[in-house]
Design a binder for this molecule. Structure first.
Ligand code: SF4
Length: 878
């Protein structure tokens, strides 16, 4: 058994983990010494060990369905790129990469595209999550810098979450803040979000503002801070430009007017402004609710303005804090992973920067203008201007807005190369060449988290089949293209070059890790988590920036940006009266290619869902648990309706994880228009006008199978993994003339069929047995709410069924009267909603009391906010 210290591959918190490998088993724990998490992990991190393995892995290069060796695959791709460039110029090829890549991968692909091919047509899925923060930082500070550190969140007297459901999306940071608040109950927490998300469990004040009105709120706050005497005039005079212009733009945003525009109670707005004005130690945490907007950059600057005016930046317990979504969104920014950046925080438009990079790389042709940002890039593919694209470690067919158009673009593109670790996803279906990449646990390199902390991701599993590290695939490709400067011997060698470039002729660039440029292979391997900047000769890495001014703008001063709030690009209409907001759920990540492998993580939210307020549901004719059809100007999806008063009237929330691999019509981004912020190019995922109507299927059912079964079914379906089985929820319009024949067609003849039929009531139940074990069961009817999928699923792991279980099988309920535990809440201990409700009804009056009774929430703690939510009705009743 060996133990390796590495980093979680999911969110931007960047938790350290230890992975212990025992044969095929991998056990993952929190690294008690990692400064991001000090041993904590959320539900996703805790289940990492369940997501490794070779099932569904891409193990060999493939050209048009034929398995080939690496030399042939690389030569084929190089020929395709060379020919395309020769015929159409370097702008006709592109790379679309990912915040899942390690910094070393990112560095090599940027060097290749921007320095050697001569195109800046390389963009990343990080464009979809934090490009507005990058642009906002650069406008205000002169560089893309998050000035603070995680410990500031614990030291603050006021923590403001804006457009961030950190309880689910950055759970360990949320838990750190929750622990700090428990120690210092006087700490105030404010949540600004149209939804009452799980993060509200920690909030003293929730401002459920009108979608998209954040800039109004922060303009109002800016005006209030100036009027209330909370501005730090000395800091502003010495270190900040543009104060008067920003205040002029904010004039007239009185609390009353802000309340009216944002749809908030005036008293709540006044209270928030007062708390902010009175608490110097204030941190504003913001995330996709701010960034994913057609005016996201202005919203970011509206927040930064408040911190710069008050001088609350770069000192303990205060500052604006952009939470990055992906594990290495920050690392990608450091190497210039966006189409409008050069490496090491340099600028493509700056001739001096281009010359510096050209000399450092000894590059033949450095791109001299920004490339195509994500949405523009796929538009250019659609228009036939980009004719060869290489997609790495991302699934744009699911994650980009207007994703049906992305499908058309890839279908028409002459050369689509996809490198990934999985053998099947929505994007791979359009690949002419598929290249097997190593996955988490097999890769070696570094990632940077939201607090600028670089951590090692270390290899603890061998590369399977012919899978190779992304940087190496790219280096082989570059050398086959005839480019020098790509003969890296290791990830460490790539990192050393990246670190050296950051310090090369660096007189004012904030990103500088040149102190790490001379690490030996051994020192790189042992590298402890370290924050940047860390310049050669510096005594220690830098925890915070800008506390003493010294902003990396030419005059050393920051800038307040005047903000004129703008409405979302698309407005609701009588036909599409609701605003669709998209986001993440607790236990899934991106397009589920990893979390979808874990039975435990798949139980918490099984299907795509649409959450809406009871009034909107009534008007739409949809009840809780119904299937609903959501329609926008761009597309449609089918989702299970959840009715909740936590949702703001007029809004619908739907998660972004489901792809064509896991649901029949669950891609929410098919509905989202490709409206982008004019500066950052980040799409507006949060405000899409939609209509919701019942999906009036004539039959509903579900299927449990021992192995994954791909059905020929054009109605609704949603697929997920259970312990030793797969589950599919189904619905459709034209029932077959014989359900038994349909069951046999889907599942095969098998050894023994057990059946129950009530055709008059439309109820049909079948079970397929082999050697006394359950192999599959199909239930169809309108009475399935009472059938326990959890109990039936458990029978797949049980071996030969007992006579009692066999008798109870088609009743769908356990023979001993055990109650179904309900939808999963605690993934660590398998505790369901009904068990928690029963414990609360029996007197457990706090999260801790529920934990003492059921263990729920006592391991990773990710479910504590949901337990608190279930306690609320009881508390209100009391
Ligand atoms: Fe991973 Fe969870 Fe930590 Fe994010 S909070 S890095 S998902 S363990």
């Amino acid at each position: 058994m060996s133990e390796t210290r590495t980093t979680c591959p999911y969110c931007g918190v960047g938790c350290g983990v230890t992975a212990r490998r025992d044969g095929d088993l991998v056990e993952v724990r929190g690294d008690a010494e990692h400064p991001a998490n000090y041993g904590r992990l959320c539900s996703k991190g805790s289940a990492l060990g369940e997501t490794v393995g070779l099932e569904d892995r891409l193990l060999a290069p493939d050209i048009d369905g034929e398995t080939v060796d690496w030399p042939r695959a690389i030569a084929h791709v190089a020929d395709g790129f060379k020919q395309t460039i020769a015929e159409n110029g370097p702008g006709s090829v592109a790379f679309y990469v990912s915040g899942q890549l390690l910094t070393e991968d990112y560095y090599v692909v940027n060097k290749l595209a921007k320095g050697f091919i001569g195109t800046a047509n390389i963009d990343t899925n990080s464009r979809l999550c934090m490009a507005s923060s990058v642009a906002g930082h650069k406008r205000a500070f002169g560089a893309d810098v998050v000035p603070g550190a995680y410990e500031d969140l614990e030291l603050a007297d006021l923590v403001v979450f804006v457009g961030s459901n950190a309880a689910w999306c950055h759970p360990v940071l949320y838990q750190r803040i929750a622990a700090a608040k428990e120690k210092r109950p006087e700490m105030r927490v404010v949540l600004i979000d149209p939804r009452r998300t799980e993060t509200a469990a920690l909030a003293d004040l929730h401002l459920a503002l009108r979608p998209g009105s954040d800039a109004v709120l922060f303009n109002g706050l800016l005006a209030h801070l100036a009027a209330a005497g909370a501005a730090d005039r000395e800091f502003a005079a010495r270190h900040v430009d543009g104060v008067e212009a920003a205040l002029t733009a904010a004039t007239g945003y009185t609390p009353a007017r802000v309340a009216e525009i944002c749809g908030l109670p005036p008293g709540a707005v006044a209270l928030f402004f007062d708390w902010f004005a009175r608490r110097e130690k204030s941190v504003t945490l913001y995330s996709q609710g701010i960034n994913q907007s057609s005016s996201g950059v202005d919203k970011v600057n509206a927040i930064l303005n408040c911190h710069l005016l008050t001088g609350r930046i770069g000192r303990p317990g205060m500052g604006p804090f952009s939470l990055t979504g992906q594990p290495n969104a920050m690392g990608g920014r450091e190497v210039g992973g966006l189409a409008n950046q050069l490496a090491a925080h340099m600028e493509l438009e700056n001739p001096r920067d281009r010359d510096l990079v050209r000399r450092f790389w000894n590059a033949p042709r450095v791109a001299d203008r920004p490339g195509l940002k994500a949405v523009e890039l796929f538009d250019a593919i659609h228009a036939g201007q980009v004719k060869a694209v290489w997609i790495m470690a991302t699934n744009p067919l699911v994650s980009l807005p207007d994703s049906d158009r992305v499908r058309e673009a890839l279908a028409a593109c002459p050369l689509v190369v996809v490198s990934d670790c999985v053998s099947s996803n929505d994007t791979l279906k359009y690949a002419h060449v598929a290249l097997p990449a190593t996955a988490w646990g097999e890769k070696d390199g570094t990632v940077t988290n939201s607090e600028r902390r670089i951590s090692r991701q270390r290899r603890f599993l061998p590369a399977p089949g012919q899978a190779r590290d992304d940087w190496r695939i790219l280096a082989d490709f570059a050398q086959t293209m005839g480019f020098a400067g790509f003969d890296f011997a290791s990830a460490a060698a790539v990192f050393r070059e990246h670190a050296a470039l950051s310090g090369f002729e660096n007189r004012s660039r904030a990103f500088d890790i040149s102190a790490l440029a001379d690490l030996s292979d051994e020192a790189y391997d042992a590298l402890a988590p370290v924050q940047w900047p860390f310049a050669k000769g510096a005594a220690a890495p830098t925890t915070r920036l800008f506390g003493e001014g010294a902003f990396p703008r030419p005059n050393g001063r920051a800038r307040l940006v005047p903000v004129t709030p703008r409405s979302p690009r698309s407005a609701t209409t009588p036909e599409r009266p609701l605003v669709l907001n998209t986001g993440r759920v607790r236990d899934h990540w991106h397009t589920m290619t990893r979390t979808g492998r874990s039975a435990r993580l798949s139980q918490h939210v099984f299907e795509p869902y649409a959450e809406m307020h009871p009034d909107d549901a009534r008007r739409s004719g949809v009840s809780d648990g119904d299937l609903a059809r959501l329609t926008s100007a761009n597309g449609e999806m089918i989702a299970r309706a959840r009715i909740s008063a936590e949702q703001r009237r007029g809004c619908v929330f739907a998660p972004m994880h489901w792809s064509d691999e896991f649901a029949g019509s669950g891609r929410v981004n098919a509905l989202v228009a490709a409206n982008v912020d004019p500066i950052s190019g980040q799409p507006e995922f949060k405000q899409t006008p939609v209509a919701v109507a019942p999906y009036a299927a004539t039959w509903q059912g579900f299927l449990l199978t021992r192995h994954r079964v791909r059905l020929d079914h054009d109605g609704y379906w949603a697929l997920g993994r259970g312990e030793s089985h797969w589950r599919q929820e189904l619905a459709g319009f034209a029932p077959p003339s014989s359900w038994e024949a349909r069951a046999r067609a889907w599942l095969g003849e098998g050894e023994e069929w057990i059946a129950f039929r009530d055709p008059a009531a439309g109820r049909h139940r079948f079970a397929l047995m082999t050697g006394g074990r359950l192999d599959a069961c199909l239930f169809v009817g309108d009475d399935l709410a009472t059938v326990s999928r959890a109990w039936l699923g458990g029978l797949f792991a049980a071996g030969r069924l007992s006579a009692k279980d066999r008798l109870a099988l088609l009743a769908g309920r356990p023979p001993d009267g055990r109650a179904d535990s309900g939808p999963l809440v605690c993934a660590c201990f398998g505790v369901g909603q009904r068990q928690i409700d029963a414990a609360i009804a029996a007197g457990a009056g706090s999260v801790e009391a529920v934990g003492a009774k059921l263990k729920a929430g006592t391991n990773c703690g990710s479910c504590k906010s949901e337990i608190a939510k279930r306690l609320r009705p009881a508390a209100s009743a009391a």
